[in-house]
Design a protein around this ligand. Structure first.
Ligand SMILES: O=P(O)(O)OC[C@H]1O[C@H](OP(=O)(O)OP(=O)(O)O)[C@H](O)[C@@H]1O
Ligand SMILES: O=c1cc[nH]c(=O)[nH]1
Length: 179
């Protein structure tokens, strides 16, 4: 049986949520000259780019945006295919910066644990914050976002699917419930 699909965010709601997150990041960051955004592959990357563009539109300041591939910092490295090339692109020093890590969904928190280890190879930041589009709960680790687009209580057997124009050709968030 195919899963039941429930729309959580419409295309307009995705864009409005991203814009709200951008405003919250600006308010919290204070000194924008220290702010950098680092998007986690896959959909954290276009989300970070969108946030960067929105902050520039709001404040007239261009914020550096990096792309982070956490593959080599995963805690289950022995179970995954390592032939894929490293995609990290952070062409700036992160020392003394305020980094906002960006991802589409936080679930168990393991991706962010890996990202925290990966990103500190690029310098010693002043602070690291976390922005996610959806927090679906069920953390294995004591990691919590600073900026959350949508808190979505889920069951463990459900799936949250994020669609972004830049990758999927459309925007949206859906909850898939098994039948
Ligand atoms: O909090 P966690 O339990 O670590 O789960 C969250 C991660 O899972 C998904 O990525 P996925 O591993 O499916 O890879 P993808 O982003 O490349 O699709 C999602 O995009 C987050 O990065
Ligand atoms: O380190 C990680 C990252 C994502 N998922 C895992 O199971 N482990």
């Amino acid at each position: 049986m195919p899963p039941e699909v429930i729309e959580i965010l419409s295309p307009d709601e995705v864009r409005r949520t991203v814009n709200r997150l951008a405003s919250q990041i600006v308010e919290r960051a204070g000194d924008l000259s220290k702010l950098v955004l680092v998007g986690i592959f896959t959909r954290g990357v276009p989300l970070a780019e969108l946030l960067g563009r929105q902050i520039e539109a709001l404040e007239g300041v261009k914020i550096p945006v990096g792309h982070l591939d956490i593959t080599f910092w995963r805690d289950d490295l022995d179970q995954i295919d390592l032939r894929t090339p490293e995609k990290t692109d952070i062409p700036f020093d992160l020392t003394d910066k305020v980094i906002v890590l960006v991802d589409d969904v936080i679930y168990r928190g393991r991706t962010i644990r890996a990202a925290l280890n990966a990103v500190t190879e690029y310098g010693r930041p002043e602070k690291i914050l976390l922005a996610v589009l959806v927090d679906r709960g069920h953390r294995d680790l004591p990691i919590h976002p600073d900026f959350t687009g949508k808190e979505l209580p889920t069951a463990k057997d459900e799936k949250v699917k994020v669609f972004l124009q830049e990758i999927d050709g459309r925007d949206g968030v859906e909850l898939l419930k098994p039948n």
